[in-house]
Ligand binder design. Sequence first.
Ligand SMILES: Cc1cc2nc3c(=O)[nH]c(=O)nc-3n(C[C@H](O)[C@H](O)[C@H](O)COP(=O)(O)OP(=O)(O)OC[C@H]3O[C@@H](n4cnc5c(N)ncnc54)[C@H](O)[C@@H]3O)c2cc1C
Length: 319
Amino acid sequence: MPVSTIWVLAEPTASGINSTSLELLSAAHALGGSVEAITWGTGSQHAGTLGAHGATRVHDVGDLAGSLPGVPVAAAIAQLVAAGAPDAILIPTSYDGRDIAGRLSAKLDVPVLTNVVGLRDEGGLVTSHAVFGGSLDVAAKFTGQGPGIYVVRAKSFVAEPTGGSTAEVVALAVPDTGATGLATITSSHVEERTGPALDEAAIVVSGGRGLGDASAYSMIEELAKLLNGAAGASRAIVDAGWVPYSHQVGQTGKTVKPSVYLAFGISGATQHLVGMKGSKTIVAVNKDQDAPIFSIADLGIVGDLHKVLPALIDALKNR
Ligand SMILES: Cc1cc2nc3c(=O)[nH]c(=O)nc-3n(C[C@H](O)[C@H](O)[C@H](O)COP(=O)(O)OP(=O)(O)OC[C@H]3O[C@@H](n4cnc5c(N)ncnc54)[C@H](O)[C@@H]3O)c2cc1C
């Protein structure tokens, strides 16, 4: 049966709705049928944005009074499903998204498809999953009773306004969650950053083990700043403790799709490529002419990054 109703988890952030949620709304709208969002906290204040990206209705769990979202939101969605199930529930790959998906799966006794990077309707949803570091695409579909729960990776779709009007907001009550709902957030920390977020930047400048040591990463940050971009990293230098995990690009880090991706001293392991190969233009600097990164680079410099990076920084400063 073709997909007729899709729910999308719309995660609130400090500044609005998380970008993956908007990508999922656009993808759900493109599949046709009716699209509804489920949100909490300040999410319903963005009914205009949610409507503009395809949602006709927003189910609002409201203020969570300091609770972690997983328990109350999953319980509220499960209750809503009991009143009338959609064909699919799309959930962003995020900490809270994964928590909600796992709890919902247990409550509804249905499986979850994770790491989804593509969705198509073939009389039922068929998903794509990039496996083996992105070297192979696997298609999957649920054969049992739904609703299907799909946890989708960031940047798998483009968030595009659909021309829809402000979505109707409906309160969604949380049933009694007993002792499971007692964990509360005691403090939270918003990471300080200047410039655009890594997964939203138009230009990403990334560094890898070829930098030689942690102090050389300051050149990556300086170039990123001069280009009004964001600084990224390979896992090798995250694991080495040179930069925080939030900078990591790749299979187990962030997926980025900037207009320009500059890779300095990154070999181009498949696990790194899977997180950045969707970039429009890829520029690689590596002293090894056989480095795999050159196989997907639009422009390559075979050379020492310790010469190329300072020269680029100087050229931009003297512009
Ligand atoms: C399950 C799993 C998940 C993973 N997830 C990720 C992930 O999300 N992201 C990720 O990045 N990796 C990931 N990895 C690790 C990945 O396989 C690679 O080990 C890692 O990407 C290598 O990082 P690198 O390119 O910085 O280092 P290396 O592979 O050591 O490459 C360093 C490169 O720098 C070049 N170089 C050295 N000196 C210079 C110089 N002076 N000038 C120019 N070039 C120079 C070298 O020629 C070399 O190509 C994962 C691995 C596994 C098993």
